[in-house]
Ligand binder design. Structure first.
Ligand SMILES: Nc1nc2c(ncn2[C@@H]2O[C@H](COP(=O)(O)OP(=O)(O)OP(=O)(O)O)[C@@H](O)[C@H]2O)c(=O)[nH]1
Ligand SMILES: [Mg+2]
Length: 198
């Protein structure tokens, strides 16, 4: 329900996984390629446009940002991967941070994998999906920026996504979304409510 998420507040940013708060309670992390709209999605969920930093310059979220819903529940905005113009060393550092977080974090309930609906399933998205599949970690795909396509184009991508996911069984769910317009928000809240056991 919307009210659970409107209470969110920023806790802290960390550069290393070992600086995270104690690994207890429940976390849902937002992950995806740089510029896919992760911070915008978080702002939409919390109904606060100042919550996570949104930028037109990809690669802006360089830290792991932690947001608190209550003493048992947190949301995590992870650095985006795969932005070409960032120096390789910096890119590798981010990659390592995201990898370490996804591999080690016990309290992680599921990942919201944000993809630009016009460019879904890039190599790193697929690697992440593959890994989550092995770890048995639920993933919810947000095909974001759906406002950039018309209805039939959206329907086509949903169809292709369904076909692509046949090998992943039921641990992967998906929907179209627009952080700009709020399309798909209700469906996203239902999923989050389930993961957070509200
Ligand atoms: N049209 C449209 N633009 C969007 C949408 N969501 C995000 N954007 C735009 O996409 C750009 C990137 O958004 P961010 O939310 O900063 O993306 P991010 O994934 O957090 O990027 P990094 O922090 O660099 O990894 C911004 O210019 C947003 O305004 C959407 O649903 N529709
Ligand atoms: Mg961001």
């Amino acid at each position: 329900m919307i009210r659970h998420y409107q209470k969110a507040y920023f806790l802290l940013s960390v550069a290393e996984v070992k600086q995270l708060p104690p690994d207890q309670g429940m976390e849902v992390a937002i992950v995806g390629r740089s510029n896919a709209g992760k911070s915008s999605v978080l702002n939409k969920i919390t109904q606060n446009n100042n919550m996570a930093r949104v930028s037109k310059t990809p690669g802006r979220t360089q830290m792991v940002n932690i947001f608190v819903l209550d003493d048992q529940r947190r949301m995590v905005d992870l650095p985006g991967y795969g932005y070409a113009k960032v120096p390789l060393a910096v890119k590798q550092k981010w990659q390592k941070t995201v990898d370490a977080y996804v591999h080690e974090r016990e309290c992680l309930r599921g990942l919201i994998l944000v993809m630009d609906i016009r460019h879904p399933f890039k190599e790193l998205d697929k690697q992440l999906l593959e890994y989550c599949h092995h770890r048995g970690l639920p993933v919810h795909l947000l095909l974001n920026k759906a406002d950039k396509l018309n209805r039939s184009q959206v329907a086509n991508v949903l169809q292709e996504t369904k076909a692509f996911l046949t090998s992943y069984h039921n641990s992967v769910t998906f929907q179209s979304f627009s952080a700009l317009r709020g399309m798909g928000l209700k469906e996203l809240y239902s999923l989050l409510d389930k993961w957070y056991e509200y």
